[in-house]
Design a protein around this ligand. Structure first.
Ligand code: BGC
Length: 387
């Protein structure tokens, strides 16, 4: 009898620390630290490689899904003013949708996002010719840009915040761009409901780089109508007017007195139908804004969007000098996205942080040149809240 009591006492001494450890782990999870990043197969790419979907969840329950095919953000689920979680990003249900996509939904865009005029540029007198995939110009990296590549993924979560690192090396002369470019994108979902995207790149020959994310937002949810009532503010007092091919003319035009003045919160739709030369050229907003930077290369507020029915707010912070506002002017209902929803004209907006379009051909624009030994490094934060 005595022996068995001693035995129980010894056993409990042995198990106590284990139980305490288990309790502390449980309480950490219950206190709302993040779920581990979930990884799910997302199907085979056209060349037979397996892609995955990574689901990042923060302690507030905000959830962002990203695939290593194209570095594409496939969904962003954020609460509205009543705490109801809803997806605010356009996308497709399956990998095939993204493989066939031609409008860069959710994608990591590179090596050079936006347009390069006449599909050519020069570095040190050497001329480089790119594919023309947008009239006479190159758009979003060419025929097979970074959005159609399979990236190598790694879970780099830390301090209770899930983070996904994607790496892709673009080879010398891929799509006509010189230099082997090693690119890394880290997506972190913070506990402040921010999707933070950090881009880095290095090269072994002089090249040009401009990386962005091409998420289409509808803060009331894709398929809930157009975004014309979404109120936006853009921290820009100038924009880069374009020609008929949407290539910047090189001017930096004041927004004052034009429909491009978003320095005060204004509905996207308030002036979009005005008979304005630039709006006519873009079929709406499809323009790069020159951000007011009190800290050059610092992370500053670039834009804010507020959706009145749900109260959802998106703030865009960036180290970049520019932001493209694209109001889904070319969406025409022919694309059917998640749940079969038709993506119609102005059913979403994009706020693409970037260097200015066609910078390699405009010496007055901030340079997009990257040389061996230099490190390209930019950060953009999409921060969500509700009012
Ligand atoms: C461009 C638009 C283009 C869209 C989809 C935007 O970044 O500015 O002109 O239609 O991407 O490709």
């Amino acid at each position: 009898m005595r022996a068995s009591i001693r035995c129980i006492a010894m056993l409990s001494l042995f198990f106590m620390p284990i139980a305490a450890f288990a309790r502390s782990t449980q309480s950490k999870q219950a206190a709302g630290t993040t779920k581990p990043m979930e990884k799910k197969p997302f199907g085979a790419t056209p060349d037979g490689k397996a892609s995955d979907l990574y689901i990042l969840t923060n302690k507030n329950g905000m959830e962002v899904s990203i695939t290593n095919y194209g570095g594409i953000v496939t969904s962003i689920k954020v609460p509205d003013r009543n705490g109801k979680l809803g997806d605010v990003a356009l996308g497709y249900d399956t990998l095939d949708g993204y493989v066939g996509d031609k409008v860069y939904i959710g994608a990591t865009v590179g090596r050079y996002c936006n347009r390069i005029g006449h599909a050519e540029f020069s570095i040190d007198g050497a001329k480089y010719t790119l594919a023309k995939n947008n009239g006479d110009n190159t758009l979003h990296g060419g025929i097979k840009g970074f959005n159609k590549m399979l990236w190598e993924a790694r879970d780099v979560s830390k301090e209770g915040e899930p983070a996904l690192e994607l790496k892709y090396t673009s080879r010398d002369m891929e799509e006509g761009f010189p230099g082997n470019l090693a690119a890394t994108v880290v997506f972190t979902l913070t506990n402040k409901n921010e999707l933070k995207i950090e881009y880095t790149a290095t090269t072994d020959k002089k090249t040009v780089v401009n990386l962005t994310n091409h998420s289409y937002f509808n803060l009331a949810g894709p398929g809930s109508g157009d975004v014309l009532k979404t109120v936006i503010r853009i921290e820009a007092d100038k924009f880069t007017p374009v020609d008929s091919g949407l290539i910047p003319t090189g001017d930096l035009k004041k927004v004052q007195g034009t429909p491009f003045d978003f320095r005060k919160p204004t509905e996207i739709g308030a002036r979009i139908e005005q008979d304005d030369e630039q709006l006519n050229l873009g079929k709406g907003y499809d323009h790069n804004f020159v951000l007011i930077k009190n800290k050059p290369n610092g992370l500053t507020l670039a834009a804010r969007a507020e959706e009145p029915t749900t109260g959802r707010v998106l703030e865009v912070w960036t180290t970049e000098p520019g932001i493209q506002l694209y109001t889904g002017n070319f969406l025409d209902g022919s694309i059917h996205g998640k749940g079969g929803i038709a993506y119609t004209k102005r059913g979403a907006f994009c706020l693409e942080t970037q260097h200015f379009p066609d910078s390699p051909n405009h010496s007055n624009f901030p340079s997009t040149l990257l040389s061996p030994g230099q490190r390209y490094h930019t950060t953009t934060v999409y921060k969500f809240s509700a009012k």
